[in-house]
Write a protein that binds this ligand. Structure first.
Ligand code: URA
Length: 232
């Protein structure tokens, strides 16, 4: 990909466009070993070697991170007052990262963070019906009737019923444990599906999205870098 030097540097998190122009002006940026002269200089991101202060950069158009979202953090890419999920990605270079879909503030688990809009669309488009699997603890005894009820789609107060969902009961008691597979991402969908059968989700964690499975070694708040082929 051919790209302007100032954009290349800003994309890699070296600084704002103004800051990187200043670095170029000070002679601190080299392209293929030669001092760069102009911010407009075109760079071949696959072939050219760009360094700042002697440190070679590796250009990445897209970045992908699997985050185990902790409770208490909002799934946003921008917020003036609150800490947000993208702030948890300490090694990120790109400034245009966003979470693929939203988890409620109190929901934990798998959240993909990227700047690849086309890939996000593939995972989120209602037409693609990508499976999302949640583990939940539910106040109330979850029964085989609920399994059948969920398999027929649930009226959660929207215009249309949900699509059929697969409910697996892991443990049925006063507080039950379940896994639920849904193919949409409606607002508070899992919580509202259980409300529809008179039960309350007391803990919710996403464990899979499409073929992407939450790495069990990631503690809440931890993340790992992924390649695109791990996702689609
Ligand atoms: N369903 C919910 O109710 N909450 C989430 O965060 C995700 C799915």
């Amino acid at each position: 990909m051919r790209i302007r030097l100032d954009k290349y540097l800003a994309d890699m998190g070296v600084g704002t466009r103004t800051e990187v122009r200043r670095l170029i002006g000070k002679g601190l940026v080299c392209v293929n070993g030669e001092k760069a002269g102009k911010a407009e200089q075109k760079i071949d991101s696959e072939k050219d070697g760009v360094s700042v202060n002697g440190n070679l950069l590796v250009y990445e158009e897209f970045e992908y991170y699997m985050l185990n979202k902790p409770a208490g953090i909002i799934s946003a890419s921008e917020d003036k007052r609150e800490k947000i999920v993208v702030d948890l990605i300490g090694e990120a270079h790109r400034r245009d990262l966003f979470p693929v879909g939203r988890l409620d503030r109190d929901t934990e688990g798998l959240l993909l963070i990227t700047n690849d809009g086309a890939l996000a669309h593939q995972l989120l488009s209602p037409k693609k019906h990508v499976d999302k699997v949640y583990y939940a603890r539910v106040r109330g005894r979850v029964t085989e009737d609920d399994v059948v009820f969920f398999s027929e789609g649930v009226d959660i107060g929207d215009e249309k019923k949900t699509l059929p969902a697969k409910l697996d009961i892991l443990h049925s008691a006063e507080e039950s444990e379940i896994e639920l597979t849904i193919r949409e991402g409606r607002f508070h969908q899992v919580k509202r599906m259980f409300e529809a059968v008179g039960k309350e989700v007391v803990y919710l964690k996403r464990i899979r999205m499409g073929k992407l499975v939450l790495d069990p070694s990631l503690e809440p708040g931890e993340y790992k870098k992924l390649g695109k082929d791990a996702i689609l």
